[in-house]
Ligand binder design. Structure first.
Ligand code: CTP
Ligand code: MG
Length: 165
């Protein structure tokens, strides 16, 4: 069935971005990337964007791409995983930069931006290696906010996140 095939392709495509994003959350913390610096009186990125999160997200996201490339014997997925991971982390950092410019505190909620920042960054960077079809892209955009809210709520329940979103 076309829909199942589409879901399969979307999940396989975006998987490393999800791993990068969630391992940044799980293993992140410590020294903030902006070193506490401000730009026009507001933090550049805030305490929620750390070197450790960036590094761990990149390593685990890329490793997941490597694992997937072996499992599916498709070497492109390794390259894709690296690009997706980097794009996901940079997209998330860019969203925090925007949030700080609009006076939003670290951890405050901006619906859609909070859930889609990393996938948009990931698809932009991933497209350098392999462009997803329009349907795959749209499906990713539709399922991510739902999935993200659900996993964030789980992270909140186990105490990894301060806010349930
Ligand atoms: N994290 C990190 N380093 C990153 C990305 C994420 O350490 N590069 C960790 C931080 O502990 C962060 C958590 O993952 O608090 C959740 O990420 P996110 O929801 O993007 O950050 P928020 O704390 O909500 O901050 P912001 O308002 O800037 O989005
Ligand atoms: Mg957030």
């Amino acid at each position: 069935m076309y829909l199942f095939n589409l879901i399969y392709r979307a999940v396989i495509y975006i998987f490393p971005a999800y791993i990068a994003n969630s391992t940044a959350l799980i293993f992140g913390g410590g020294k903030p990337i902006d070193k506490g610096k401000k730009f026009k009186g507001k933090r550049i990125l805030g305490d929620g964007k750390t070197y450790r999160g960036l590094f761990m997200g990149f390593i685990f996201g890329s490793l997941s791409g490597w694992g997937l490339s072996i499992a599916l014997s498709d070497p492109i997925i390794l390259k894709l995983g690296i690009a997706l991971s980097l794009g996901a982390l940079l997209g998330d950092i860019f969203a925090s930069f925007l949030k700080r410019r609009f006076n939003k505190k670290r951890g405050s909620s901006v619906p859609l931006l909070d859930q889609l920042d990393f996938v948009v960054g990931a698809v932009l960077a991933g497209s350098i290696v392999k462009t997803p079809s329009l349907h795959v892209f749209l499906l990713i955009i539709i399922i991510t906010p739902i999935l993200h809210l659900f996993t964030n709520f789980l992270a909140y329940l186990v105490g990894l996140k301060k806010e349930p979103w």
